[in-house]
Design a protein around this ligand. Structure first.
Ligand SMILES: NC(=O)c1ccc[n+]([C@@H]2O[C@H](COP(=O)([O-])OP(=O)(O)OC[C@H]3O[C@@H](n4cnc5c(N)ncnc54)[C@H](O)[C@@H]3O)[C@@H](O)[C@H]2O)c1
Ligand SMILES: [Zn+2]
Ligand SMILES: [Zn+2]
Length: 372
């Protein structure tokens, strides 16, 4: 059995983006297989547009095509595969972009290393159960990061989701799955600021701004750095204490003991290291092109005892960390919904990618008609 769905498929990568006038994303009707053992069928409620989707479109992250994009989303469980007893039909879940087997050597590092099994499936564009559940006119369409949420429905592994209570609205739940887990985890799991430490964030998109919110929610002074003045004023609105362009920050010798790089640009990584105080930690979250190279002096690490930490999915264990963010949100300390800069219909995804590439958006959210 299959379900007929509507979804946004990337037909080919588009290195000419932005503003090339090319339209590599099309809305297609696809056949979605029933969930297999350990899998669930979800009705998607809301999905955010992240730079990691754009990076597949522009070829910076090389993935197999055709691929149904979207990896930051929330949905309602509509069907259960064999052996699924941890979830019930009607549950709301946060989708996370790295399935977690919970048993491999990487999963035993408490979130520091991305699950081996999940990473291998993500690189192939398949589900951890093997193969794809998405087809179009007899052709296989690949999954994006085990999620593929730019669609009316999805089939995913239960290891890709975390259940949340119904009081957490769909827009908040969606953003918890990538921006908040990644930006928040970069601060709490990887940067680990001590009481009184300032947190500096380089790159104030959806992920960096989530880092700003989580750092503020946990009592830290926050410094925001971005190349775009519009992002600096937004960061002040969201609670940053000070904001600078990279040039201003270097000129004024602004420094912090925990610095998060969330830009995905080699120059931003250099800025992040330069703005880290001696003895401090630079956490790099951005995913630049594979051939990108940065230049830093090894001496700034040795003689001044700095640490550089890489962090994927915020070094998170999603089932442990999402409830923490939900608690902060319930207390009014983490206004996740403020990361939504606009809502877009499914058939405007090409324009949404252009807006993101131009720096004109934080999180653009696709919302679906949720009447059953
Ligand atoms: N590690 C992970 O698990 C993970 C998860 C999600 C996203 N990402 C990556 O994190 C990065 C940020 O994602 P996003 O969705 O927030 O992107 P975004 O495009 O919304 O934001 C990036 C921001 O960086 C700024 N920027 C670019 N170059 C800069 C520079 N040299 N100095 C200062 N600021 C600069 C841009 O103006 C923009 O505001 C991307 O590379 C994305 O692929 C990583
Ligand atoms: Zn993402
Ligand atoms: Zn694992």
């Amino acid at each position: 059995m299959t379900t007929s769905i509507r979804g946004v498929v990337l037909e080919r990568t588009d290195a000419e983006r932005p503003f090339a006038g090319s339209r590599p994303l099309t809305v297609s009707t696809l056949a979605l297989d029933d969930p297999g053992p350990g899998e669930i069928l979800l009705r998607i409620e809301a999905a955010g547009v992240c730079h990691s989707d754009l990076s597949v479109v522009d070829g910076n992250r090389v993935r197999p095509v055709p691929m149904l994009l979207g990896h930051e989303a929330a949905g309602i469980v509509e069907g259960l595969g064999d052996g699924v007893d941890s979830l019930a039909v009607g549950d709301r879940v946060v989708m996370t972009f790295l399935p977690r087997c919970g048993e491999c050597d990487h999963c035993r590092t408490d979130g520091r290393l991305p699950c081996r099994v999940g990473s291998a499936a993500n690189n192939e564009g398949s589900l951890v159960g093997g193969g794809s559940r998405l087809h179009r006119d007899g052709e296989t369409v690949h999954h994006h990061l085990g999620v593929s949420a730019f669609a009316t429905h999805a089939v995913v592994s239960t290891t890709s989701v975390v259940r949340v209570d119904q009081d957490v609205p769909a827009d908040v739940a969606a953003l918890l799955g990538c921006a908040v887990l990644t930006g928040g985890g970069a601060v709490l799991n990887a940067g680990r600021p001590r009481e009184g430490d300032a947190v500096l964030v380089v790159g104030l998109g959806g992920v960096g701004m989530a880092a700003v919110l989580v750092a503020k929610a946990t009592g830290h002074r926050v410094i925001g750095v971005d190349a775009l003045p519009s992002k600096l004023s937004l960061a002040l609105d969201l609670g940053a204490d000070e904001v600078y362009t990279p040039e201003e920050a270097e000129e004024k010798v602004v420094r912090a003991p925990v610095v998060i790089e969330a830009a995905g640009h080699p120059r931003a990584f250099e800025t992040a290291v330069a703005l880290t105080t001696p003895g401090g930690t630079t956490v790099t979250v951005g995913l630049p092109r594979p051939d990108a190279r940065s230049s830093i002096s090894p001496l700034t690490l040795t003689a001044e005892a700095r640490t550089i930490v890489g962090s994927y999915l915020g070094s998170s264990v999603p089932s442990r960390d999402i409830p923490t963010y939900v608690d902060l949100w319930r207390k009014g300390l983490l206004p996740v919904e403020r990361l939504v800069s606009s809502t877009v219909p499914l058939d405007r995804l090409n324009e949404a990618m252009d807006a993101l590439a131009a720096g004109d958006a934080l999180r653009q959210l696709i919302v679906f008609d949720t009447t059953p």
